[in-house]
Design a binder for this molecule. Sequence first.
Ligand SMILES: Cc1cc2nc3c(=O)[nH]c(=O)nc-3n(C[C@H](O)[C@H](O)[C@H](O)COP(=O)(O)OP(=O)(O)OC[C@H]3O[C@@H](n4cnc5c(N)ncnc54)[C@H](O)[C@@H]3O)c2cc1C
Length: 297
Amino acid sequence: MNKKNFSENFNLSNYTTVKVGGVAEYFAQPRNIYEFSNLIKWAKLNKQQCQIIGAGSNLLINNILIKGLVICTKKMKSLTIEPYSGIVKAESGVMLPTLSNSLAKKGLQGGEWAVGIPGTLGGAIYMNAGTGDLSLANNLISVKVINKKTLEKYEIEKKDINFEYRYSPFQNNDLIIISAKLHFEPNGNFEKIIQTTKNNLKFKKETQPYHLPSFGSVFKNPENNYAAKLIDDMGLKGLTIGGAEVSKMHANFIINNSSASSKDIFELITVIQQKVLQKKGIYLQPEVRMIGFDYPN
Ligand SMILES: Cc1cc2nc3c(=O)[nH]c(=O)nc-3n(C[C@H](O)[C@H](O)[C@H](O)COP(=O)(O)OP(=O)(O)OC[C@H]3O[C@@H](n4cnc5c(N)ncnc54)[C@H](O)[C@@H]3O)c2cc1C
């Protein structure tokens, strides 16, 4: 692999939706699976750490030098939809809003909820992203992966992936998601699907600080409870540390008021956790993934 395939000392702040990030020692954006595989292989052969980011919409990256190679999948966006069978094949960098809108245009049902989630397919599988009872796992047939330690490539069927609420086994193994096969219901009511998709996006924009820099919900909902309600009950909306603020619109969102550092955001997360634990006895587990922090992800 030659040098033009990646950048050195690359600032990641524009590659996260919260607009905060450190500097990657090496950074690359492959355009296809071949380039992606070669980069992962390069990291292994050169004994470099290899970390994957999608759209960075669930990521807090510490403002330090991130050693090794960071690969962003956003340019790997091949998407094939078979309207009659409902079978979809997509590379890991396909954005969920693109997927959702493309499904709606082809009259396929089941992806309407995903229109307002600004992440990639790979990130959504890794996070088991969803809303209410709906999640991407429901539509998954199989996932193609590469093991970054052994460089083996293979396909895993959905039945062999133990998805849980905002959890997939990819959070604890060495597998990198290359692409996925999914199924959505064909022959749906075209107009109804388009309308539901539009309404879902409208609802998101009305209930979340959608256009401000954030990483979506900061904490997972504890069993039989809502993180946003617990934080709101504590009167923490509007609480600020440096440039980071607990959103006044949605208590489970932290927004970057233009100049937040990763430290501001991390401290705000910790303060919220401490206050909720002290008063309510509930530990809020972050949904957001962290890179470059000493935090058990
Ligand atoms: C405004 C807003 C609204 C949101 N609403 C929702 C919502 O309704 N529901 C919801 O569940 N989430 C929501 N999110 C959070 C986020 O969009 C999802 O978690 C999304 O799936 C993350 O995808 P990503 O591509 O941005 O992943 P990233 O943030 O880039 O990465 C997240 C994790 O996935 C890993 N990863 C990414 N791609 C791969 C890959 N190809 N192979 C292996 N690992 C990979 C990364 O290493 C990282 O650990 C929201 C975020 C925002 C900013």
